[in-house]
Write a protein that binds this ligand. Structure first.
Ligand SMILES: Nc1nc2c(ncn2[C@@H]2O[C@H](COP(=O)(O)OP(=O)(O)OP(=O)(O)O)[C@@H](O)[C@H]2O)c(=O)[nH]1
Ligand SMILES: [Mg+2]
Length: 597
């Protein structure tokens, strides 16, 4: 079952459940809302403790200053940032009324005032904006975990919002007990037990780690690495990434005036610059004719000390083109890495994540509103939950990360890669780059299948490991089936050209009909396919284009919007290689070997 087929089946079950409850207007209306959401952008909840930097990171991800940021506790109301053709604010009351606040522009002050309402007066705010960064995803900022707002209304309101999200981006400056409890509670939602909710943890405000300064990010990376090995945290979240949201936000929204001012600062003498950067006061209030104090203050507030130091160091070492400077700073802020992971783990898996949300809705209704005849729906629900391969993959990835399932080196790393931990395209699953020929991919998939077949008869594996091997084998088989479909497409695409060539040269060799077999994929590759850089990403693109009509996943905005061109394969490959390099030690066939993320 592909992600799309899975989504279709989940959608059909949702519709059948809606029909079953059609005499109950409240339930069927609620289900209709869930149904409509399946065609809307993916919803990602941005959650975390008070002042973790949620609003700042939302702005950095979206590439616009939409969410108000503040040093005081402000965000009391769950706030949805979603795409809309015109700026609009919708206020939802706890009683279900929706009020439209007419606005011509979305300014932080208006949103900030509304966010300060009590949660029993305003249950949620919906901010619609024509920002391109919101075309593929909707971001939901929840009130801070353990904040006054959450304590007042109990955790149920927060749980409600999280049950509406397809995935969670959780921010913490340093994981504590409340963070773990919170992540645990998210995963204890009933359907989540069978299909873990996709969660990424960002170590936010990483520039403040330790005593701050230039070494802060390395210190944050060391802490992240420690937590990547913590089985408790890993069972909730498979990805932990240090980020400096403040720098990401500043770079993603940097103006020409700011860039010019940074350039002027970089031209000061080393001594003057060092003296300036000693404190905020000196930076803002020292007398420098060429750079007005107001712009220096703006730079300090928006970039922070760490961001300024990094920007000036880069400029002084010759990175003077705006595009290159932005790109380098986004890399240093961790935002590129976060974007990449959000893309891999959420956007590329969006059909499976949406299907999961649909299932969660069905589950909630069947539990809350049982009635005679519901058993059939429950049976369908259980079957779909048990049989969808995408969920088996997500489950197994979580088990591999938490240490419940451990394969020996290098199988652990290979299993994760084949299951799509580093990207779900055939190239990424097979650890090849984007230019790999279809024939090579098919050969690689067949080799992986053969390796894992050996594991399927390994007498040392217990039941849970045998099941895990079956899931990996299934992923290999699907890769082979997908690759087998490619030559047919390539051959079709090549037909007009081949016909022309034949007309010109009647004796030219015809491409063979493409009928590769799983076991001998190379032998059956048609010539046309050999010259195609892989076509494998195409079906995925088509799928995404349907789910997010206005922007396909290829153009899913990177931080800073269009300015940043990051070669996607590089960071992924880099991460994959790092993981494989760090793969667990142990005998090749021992299921008890230790895993290391
Ligand atoms: N140094 C530094 N400061 C940051 C960073 N991210 C956010 N901040 C600052 O931290 C404060 C809180 O940031 P917000 O983004 O408003 O945090 P929040 O989690 O949305 O806060 P609440 O919604 O009120 O819980 C602001 O003063 C931000 O400027 C960062 O990466 N580095
Ligand atoms: Mg906030």
């Amino acid at each position: 079952m592909t992600g799309e087929a899975l989504l279709d089946r989940a959608r059909a079950l949702l519709i059948r459940t809606m029909t079953f409850y059609r005499d109950d207007p409240r339930t069927s209306t609620w289900l209709r809302g869930r149904l409509e959401r399946l065609d809307q952008p993916l919803r990602i909840a941005v959650s975390g403790r008070v002042k973790a930097g949620k609003s700042t990171l939302i702005n950095a991800l979206v590439g616009a200053e939409l969410a108000p940021t503040d040093a005081e506790e402000r965000t009391q109301v769950s706030t949805f940032y979603q795409y809309g053709p015109e700026p609009k604010i919708l206020i939802h009351t706890p009683h279900g009324a929706v009020q439209n606040v007419p606005v011509s522009t979305l300014d932080a002050c208006t949103i900030r005032d509304l966010q300060h309402w009590r949660p029993d007066e305003v249950s949620r705010l919906v901010i619609e904006s024509p920002t391109p960064g919101l075309q593929a995803i909707t971001l939901i900022e929840t009130p801070g975990v353990a904040s006054a707002a959450v304590q007042e209304t109990g955790r149920s309101a927060l749980a409600q919002i999280l049950s509406e999200a397809d995935a969670v981006l959780y921010l913490t400056r340093y994981p504590r007990q409340t963070d773990l409890q919170f992540l645990q509670s998210v995963n204890e939602l009933q359907t989540a037990r069978s299909v873990p909710i996709s969660t990424i943890v960002a170590f936010s405000r990483a520039d403040e780690t330790g005593s701050g300064g230039p070494e802060a990010l390395q210190a944050a990376e060391r802490i992240a690495e420690r937590y990547r090995n913590d089985p408790t945290l890993r069972s909730f979240a498979q990805h932990l990434i240090p980020v400096v949201g403040l720098l990401g936000q500043a770079v993603a929204t940097m103006t020409d005036e700011e860039f010019t001012a940074l350039g002027n600062l970089a031209r000061l003498s080393q001594n003057d610059l060092e003296a300036l950067l000693l404190s905020a006061d000196r930076f803002i209030n020292s007398k420098i004719e060429s750079i007005p104090g107001t712009i220096r203050q703006q730079l300090f507030e928006r970039f922070g000390q760490f961001g300024l130091e990094r920007a000036l160091t880069l400029l002084r070492s010759g990175t003077t083109e705006p595009k290159k400077l932005r790109s380098a700073l986004l890399e240093e802020s961790g935002l590129n890495s976060l974007h990449e992971t959000v893309h891999q783990q959420f956007v590329e898996r969006q059909d499976a994540l949406r299907a999961r949300s649909a299932m969660l809705a069905v589950d909630m209704v069947l539990r809350a509103n049982p009635r005679p005849g519901v058993q059939q729906l429950r049976g369908e629900f259980e079957r779909l939950l048990a049989n969808a391969h995408e969920w088996n993959e997500l489950r197994l990835l979580s088990e591999l990360d938490s240490g419940q399932v451990r394969f020996a080196r290098p199988l652990q790393a290979e299993a994760k890669r084949l299951l799509g931990a580093f990207g779900t395209s055939p190239q990424e699953r097979l650890g090849r780059d984007e230019t790999t020929l279809t024939a090579d991919l098919a050969g690689e998939a067949a080799a992986a299948l053969a390796r894992w077949r050996v594991q399927s008869v390994n007498p040392l594996h217990d039941r849970i490991h045998r099941e895990a091997v079956r899931t990996v084998l299934r992923s290999c088989e699907r890769l082979i089936v997908n690759q087998a479909a490619q030559p047919a497409q390539a051959a079709q695409a090549a037909q007009p050209q081949a016909a022309q060539a034949q007309a010109a040269q009647p004796h030219a060799a015809q491409p063979h009909a493409a009928q590769p077999q799983a076991a001998q994929p190379q032998a059956a590759q048609p010539q046309a396919a050999q010259h195609q850089p892989t076509q494998a990403a195409q079906p995925q693109q088509g799928r995404r284009a349907r789910s997010a009509p206005s922007q396909d996943a290829q153009s899913y905005p990177r931080p800073g919007q269009t300015q940043i061109v990051q070669p996607r394969s590089e960071p992924r490959q880099g991460r994959r290689r790092r993981e494989e390099h760090q793969a667990p030690q142990g005998g090749p066939d021992s299921p008890g070997a230790h895993s290391r993320h």
